[in-house]
Design a binder for this molecule. Structure first.
Ligand code: ATP
Ligand code: MG
Length: 237
């Protein structure tokens, strides 16, 4: 009988194996990168046409080595089994932080950021560092979906035992038949995307006992709705 799934022990083993392999690849890659940089510096000293040509080839190699390194780093981030540090967190503050980070680039791309935060939002029990990463991945996608500008709207509100974060953009949108693909590992429609941003965000949100859903209209924009449980002392171990 053919087997197309792994049990958690096997997955764990595969994860460790893959992460080890990635580390092993990263070391020689680092050496290649340093040597390419030195080679490029040597070539800058001379002025022949041949050197200029070689220098541009070396720079191309450097770019590709950098891309490989990014792919490996994204993979490690995805495969890593995190040790989470749950704490009482202010979601509005975390989002504010992420928006500050992307602010300058958003402004350069004519993206208007609109915030609609519930000032009375209750605290959540989360690992703020990893949640920040998840929100950044979703917000970066929104930004990248609006290469010619647009609006990025971020709203927070409470409903019952949950806090909701609605991240809406007026970007390119997602076709209906692609909706179930976007959370798949390595699915990307971008030239330099690795396709790990959303799977990583989903994994993080679920590890923090939340969910992430999407609504999108092709050509009009997308909305990502993140649900996280409200902090409750009685739920603490
Ligand atoms: N807000 C959005 N608007 C339109 N398409 C989106 C949006 N968010 C995600 N997508 C689609 O989902 C795909 C997967 O997103 P994901 O973040 O996983 O990978 P990526 O952005 O391509 O690369 P990276 O690993 O650098 O994040 C994107 O390539 C894009 O096609
Ligand atoms: Mg992405």
């Amino acid at each position: 009988m053919s087997k197309n799934s792994f049990d958690s022990g096997e997955l764990n083993y595969l994860n460790i194996l893959a992460a080890g392999l990635v580390h092993e690849i990263k070391n020689p890659l680092n050496a290649i990168s340093i040597n390419l940089q030195l080679l490029d510096e040597d070539l800058q000293d001379r002025n022949s046409e041949r050197d200029t040509k070689m220098s541009s080839r070396v720079q191309l190699l450097q770019k590709e080595v950098g891309r490989l390194d990014n792919i490996l780093s994204d993979f490690l981030r995805f495969a890593k089994k995190p040790v989470l540090h749950f704490e009482e967190c202010d979601i509005n503050g975390i989002i504010e932080n992420v928006l500050d980070f992307i602010g300058p680039e958003a402004m350069q791309n004519s993206i208007r950021i609109l915030k609609n935060f519930d000032a009375k939002l209750p605290k959540c029990n989360l690992d703020s560092n990893v949640i920040k990463q998840a929100l950044l991945n979703v917000i970066l996608n929104a930004q990248q979906a609006m290469p010619h500008g647009g609006e990025l709207m971020v709203r927070t509100y409470q409903n019952g035992e949950n806090v909701f974060i609605d991240i809406t953009d007026t970007g390119v949108g997602i076709q209906k038949n692609k909706m179930d693909k976007i959370f798949q590992v390595y699915y990307s429609t971008k030239k330099t995307g690795t396709g790990l941003g959303l799977p990583t965000a989903k994994k993080i949100i679920e590890e923090n006992k939340g969910t992430i859903d999407i609504r999108s209209e092709d050509g009009k924009g997308s909305s990502f709705l993140i649900k996280l449980p409200v902090y409750s002392k009685s739920k603490e171990k």
